[in-house]
Each structure stands twice: as C-alpha cells, then as structure tokens.
Design a binder for this molecule. Structure first.
Ligand code: ZN
Length: 711
C-alpha cells in the first residue's frame, strides 16, 4: 500500500512529463471495418491428430449478403492452407489465398435476400497461437487449447473474424478415444468409431456469439459435474487436480446465481464450463466455456495468497458483458472489460463483505492511477491502436470500473441496475457501441447523461482535488474550499460531479451531498459544534487524487472512526507526524487491533519505516496475525532489525506457516541476518515448488544477501 500512496500524492512535474512520454496519440486511427455480408452459421468439421500436431478440416459457411450483386466473398484466413472451396451442391469454386485473406469467387451473383452457403476445406501447415498443441510436461497434460482473442480464430478457422458479426456454430471434432473435446454451447452427441479408435464430439452453439469467443479444448480431462438448478456447470481439469478443483471452482454456481439477480437477466447460455489451459495465464471468457490458467486450481496452501476467485467471478460476469452483449469494435472494449471488472468488485462486496470490496476498489483505482502517471492517459473510448490488445489496459479494466462506480453513485442503485438489465435485454446477442449504452441510460433514467459520459468516457484523465477547510467558532460555520487542478493536463476537463461530505462528531456523522462544477467551489456549513473530522468523498465514490491537510488530532480520530480507505489514507498521512508519541501509539494499536488486515499491515510497515527499534513487540505480536500479509509484513520488519538471534524464529515460520508469502518473507529475513552456515538450507529451499516461484525467488534473494554481506 505504501508505494501506491506515494504515487497517489507525489504529483510532481516529473510525473506529468512521464505521462507524456508515451504518445499514444501517434497510434493510427483504427475504425470498425466495412463488410459485404452478415455471417450466420459456421459448421466446422475438424480431424485432429494430437500426437502429430495436425489438423485437417472444413468450415461450411452460411451468410447473407448486405448488398446486391455480390459475387466475391472475402474471409479472414491466416496460417491455414485452403485446398478446396465447394458450393452448396458440392461443385468446386475458384478461390485465391493471400495476405491473411481467402477470396472466393461465387458461381453467380447474390443479393441481400439470398443465403449463400459454401464449404472451405483446409489444413494447418504450421503451429499457431490461435490453437496451440501443447506437449505433456511435469505440470500439464498433453492438450490442444484455443486462444482466439482478439483476432486469432482466423489462424485455424477460415471465417469473418471481427466482433461486429456474430454467428451460431457447430464444432464437430474427431480425435483419438483417449481425449475429451470441449467447445461452446451444447454437446449434441459423441460418436464412436471403434475401428479407427477415434470418437467425434458434436457441439452446437445455437445462439449467436463473436468468433473471438470460440473455444476448442482437447485433453484427457477429468470432468467434474456441478449445476445451478437445471444449468450444467462443469469443470474440465487435469486428473491430478481433481480434489482441489472441486474446492477451487465450488462457488461458480453461486456466482452465476448472484449475477442472474444482479443483472436482472438470466444466464443466457446452455451450460457453463470452465477448462484449465496451459496456454492461459489468467482467464479468457469463451462463450459458455471459459478458459482459465492452471493457477485457477489451488491447493489449500496456495489458495491463501493465490486464489483465483476474483478472476473466476470476472469471467463468469463476461458471459453477460462481452459474450451476450459484445463491443462491436475494439474502441468500445470497456463494455466488455469495465463491466466485467466492476462485476467482480460487486461479487466481492456480496461475498467477501464491504471492507474487502472497498479495498479491492481502492486497488483498482490505484492501478489506473499508476498507468496514468507512469505511461499515459487516454479517453476510455479510444480508436487509436495498432492492435486491439493495446486497448486492454488499466483504462479499459479498472478505470472503466471506477467510472461505472461513479455512474451508480450519480444514478442511484435502483436506476443503475435497471439500466444494466434493460441494456442486456435490449441488445442481447448483439454487438454494441458506447452510444447504445448511453442511449439506454438516458431512456431508463429519463436523464440527459451526456455530460457524464462526455467527461468520463471521451476525455482522458481524472480529478485532482485540493481541499481545505476552516472552522469559525464565533459563527459556527465550517468553510470548505474544493479546487480541481487536473486541467494542468491537456484535454482533461473540470468535472461536474456530486460529492458527499461527512461531518463527524462524538455522536456519529451527518452526510451532505454537494455538486462540484467549477475549478474552485466554496461551501459553508452551519454546524452545532466544531466537527472532529470532515471527510471528503464520504463513501469513496469518486476516482480521484487529492490533497487535504489535516491536523494530527483529526487524523488520529480518522484512524478510529473512518472506513477502510479512509483509515488507509489517514495512516499514510500520519507519516508527517512520525515522531509524535500519539501517532506511534496509534500505529501500534492498529497493528494489533484494526479490524481490517490491510490497515494492520500498513501500521506494521509504518512502524518499521519510522520506529523500528521501539516496535519489536508489535512485530512479534503481528507474526501470529490471522492474515498472511500481516504476518509477512511483520517478518519483513523483524528481518530489517538485523538481529541474528531471530533466525530460529524465521526458520520456524518457514517450516510451520501455511502461507507461501510468509515462508518467502522468512527466507529473505534469514538472508538479511544469516551467515554462510545458512546457505545449504537456503539452497534446499530454492528447490521447493511454489506458486509463481515465490520460494525459489526468495531463497535466491536470501543467498545473494548473504554472499554480498560477506564480501
Ligand atoms: Zn475480462
């Protein structure tokens, strides 16, 4: 947390210059392409030899022309080699392949009342990222795993590969009997061919979706069957994962149920599968068949610090946001990612509680602010990109989620969630633009919300406030001054936005909503007595940076009376009073007693930074904290004390703690305090397998520390 707050508040010229370092406005304008036809259905028949890494196949395409006199069709086809194109009667028609396109000369001209049908026969001549053949290793099974996002379906399927054209699809795949096949939609049949030792899976996606959402996964999976009422919810995992997978995915039906109610739209697909893939790091929200990295399955130790629950919820939410309604071009990708990111926050709030959710939203906001300061600021709706992936950044995910949080604040819960539901019903199975969402918001709310979307979607940046207050005891008036200073950046507007001001006294708090419209706003509040604390943005609705000078007394009060984001802010601000006994005492109290772990962790970090020598008792107490991150912070703090007598304790934590993060921190602490005699122990520790190699990395760092200290 500490580093995040440094970035939050040290807004200097250097950052402004850095922000301009990457000029993304030099990227080319990339528009939604024109098209000649509307693809309707792809019937894919694939013969896949996993051992030889070969694919031969055909795609029977049905489409409707969008103009008259259409006599050539152009499909996307990269890497794959087309051998024949046959018309609907089976007669060959001429074609030409080049520059990642397949041009087909139809035998006559067609108009927009016709349906055109033809079959493309092809094979894969090289290995492609869009459909990866993955060898068996120590950790993963032999498998074939697709990765079609954002435009890689064309590497193994000749098709129209852009999200504004949605299709239904059949995936008929023949493989050796040893392997199972997963795809989108419903499994219609498995046909055995005993002579050849092969079987054929026939999957049908009967509702339209985009080609980047196609999934084909083949391996000797173990399939764990679960359900939500009549909806099948299955987990396709490696055999060795079976027990852990049941636990890791157990909340999936409950998540679907939660989103059903929240979005006011029942889960749209025939089933929900999740499949583990060695080709993924996080997740990919293929329609009704989400791909997840191997890290999604965690054992009881791994799940303490490396749980995939947030990602699992995010991909479930995509089944509505991205799959049911889909950005029609990549400039509108916030409709996929901001909504899924905001949805995973809403799930956490529902399941993990208000404190964890508030902390999650704070992390999301800080992730955006880091990108804004370190890399660039751009409008969320942005058509300058060379590749679609460039738009999948911290503007598309956390910033957009923060904008939705503000929209919810402005509209109120009832209207906000009615907008979401109406939008899904109105545009189900369609490709959508930002304008569609704006129109829907206006229709449902009855409000002209252009001002909101203009400033938050079509301009870069975020609010930077300077807040100051003054209490006049004679008049009992509190004067509050709020400056917006973000117009120092090009194209960043002065915002119109409401904000809640919280007035705290010994009996509780009152909240007043005020509207900010100008770069300087002054408000006066008549109160009964001097408030003990005045909170700006009570409830943390806004995406913002801010400075707000406060006395030590008020910050100490805030530590005991505010919510999690408020306490984390106050604990950081108290660094200005780090030599004051009252502040040190407050940090000590909160390192032990704060109800939220991240505040306890921040308290330990502050004590370690400013008051190491007097705080050993606090660190020793925190070493038994119920939260692994607090324990890790305490071991880090103890390690910095350079006390070789602690090595036994660090070793004990390494051996007995059930958190990999704590074990890793214990190894580093041994490195900071130990001598050559520890090298053998650390060398052994470096061989222990752990998620993201945290133990190996920590042990190597510790060995390095000892070697350097002996130089
Ligand atoms: Zn996503």
């Amino acid at each position: 947390m500490k580093n995040l707050f440094v970035i939050l508040f040290l807004l200097t010229m250097d950052y402004v210059l850095l922000a301009q370092g990457l000029d993304i406005y030099k990227r080319p304008v990339t528009l939604e392409p024109d098209r000649d036809f509307d693809a309707i259905h792809y019937k894919l028949k694939l013969d896949i030899d996993i051992d030889r890494k070969q694919l031969t196949g055909e795609n029977t395409v049905s489409l409707t022309p969008l103009r008259s006199n259409l006599n050539t069709i152009t499909l996307d086809a990269a890497s794959l080699v087309v051998t024949d194109v046959l018309d609907s009667k089976g007669y060959p028609i001429s074609f030409r392949q080049g520059e990642d396109k397949l041009h087909i000369n139809l035998s006559r001209t067609y108009s927009n009342t016709d349906t055109v049908k033809f079959t493309v026969k092809y094979y894969l001549a090289e290995q492609v990222e869009g459909l990866k053949f993955i060898d068996k290793t120590e950790t993963n099974q032999l498998q074939v795993s697709s990765d079609c996002w954002p435009n890689k379906a064309r590497q193994w399927i000749p098709c129209y590969d852009y999200p504004h054209d949605k299709v239904t699809q059949e995936m008929i795949v023949t493989v050796d009997n040893d392997y199972k096949v997963l795809s989108n939609g419903k499994l219609l049949s498995i046909t055995e061919d005993q002579e050849r030792g092969k079987h054929t899976y026939h999957w049908k996606q009967s509702k339209e979706h985009a080609t980047y959402l196609i999934n084909l996964s083949i391996a000797d999976y173990t399939v764990i069957e679960d359900s939500l009422g009549s909806l099948p919810v299955n987990y396709w995992v490696y055999k060795r994962h079976e027990q852990d997978a049941k636990r890791s995915f157990a909340k999936t039906p409950y998540m679907i149920d939660f989103f059903n109610t929240l979005f006011g739209y029942k889960y749209p697909w025939e089933k929900y599968d999740q499949v583990v893939s060695a080709h993924q790091g996080g997740g990919a929200e293929a329609t009704s068949a989400t791909l997840l990295g191997e890290g999604a399955v965690t054992n009881r130790m791994e799940e303490i610090d490396f749980s995939f629950e947030g990602i699992i919820a995010h991909e479930v939410a995509h089944q509505w946001w991205g799959d049911l309604v889909t950005c029609r071009s990549w400039e509108h990708n916030w409709i996929n990612e901001s909504f899924a990111t905001y949805s995973d926050y809403l799930y956490k709030r529902y399941d993990w509680g208000e404190d964890e959710a508030a902390f999650d939203l704070l992390k999301k906001k800080n992730a955006y602010l880091r990108e804004a300061h370190d890399r660039y600021m751009r409008p969320i709706v942005f058509n300058r990109y060379e590749t679609p992936g460039q738009n999948f950044d911290s503007h598309a995910y956390p910033k957009g989620a923060s904008v939705l949080h503000m929209l919810r604040f402005v509209l109120g819960d009832d209207t906000f969630f009615r907008v979401l539901s109406q939008f899904l019903h109105r545009f189900e199975f369609q490709a959508v633009s930002t304008q569609d969402f704006i129109q829907c918001t206006k229709d449902v709310s009855g409000l002209n919300m252009d001002w909101f979307f203009e400033q938050f979607l079509f301009h870069p940046g975020h609010a930077v406030f300077e807040i100051s207050k003054n209490w006049d005891e004679s008049t009992k008036i509190l004067a509050l001054e709020i400056k917006q200073t973000q117009d120092k950046w090009k194209n960043v507007p002065i915002y119109s936005i409401p904000v809640n001001i919280g007035f705290y006294n010994k009996d509780g708090k009152t909240v007043e909503k005020v509207w900010l419209k100008k770069n300087l706003e002054k408000f006066e509040f008549k109160l009964d007595a001097a408030p003990l604390m005045v909170r700006f943005d009570e409830g943390n609705h806004l995406l913002k940076e801010w400075t707000y000078p406060k006395t030590e007394e008020e910050l100490l009060f805030q530590m005991d009376n505010d919510d999690v984001p408020g306490r984390l802010w106050a604990i950081d601000q108290l660094k200005a009073f780090h030599s004051s006994p009252k502040t040190i005492q407050k940090w000590r109290e909160h390192s032990m007693n704060d109800s939220f772990w991240a505040v306890r962790e921040a308290a330990i970090q502050n004590l370690s930074e400013f008051h190491t020598n007097g705080s050993k008792d606090s660190f020793l107490q925190a070493i038994s904290d119920s939260n692994s991150k607090v324990r890790a912070a305490s071991i880090k703090a103890l390690g910095k004390m350079k006390d070789p007598s602690m090595i036994g304790e660090f070793r004990r934590k390494y051996e007995t703690d059930d958190s990999y993060l704590v074990k890793a921190q214990a190894l580093i602490a041994i490195g900071e305090n130990g001598n050559q005699s520890e090298l053998r122990f650390l060398t052994d520790a470096a061989k222990v397998r752990s998620p993201r190699n945290v133990l190996k990395n920590a042990a190597e760092q510790a060995i390095e520390l000892i070697r350097n200290s002996n130089r």
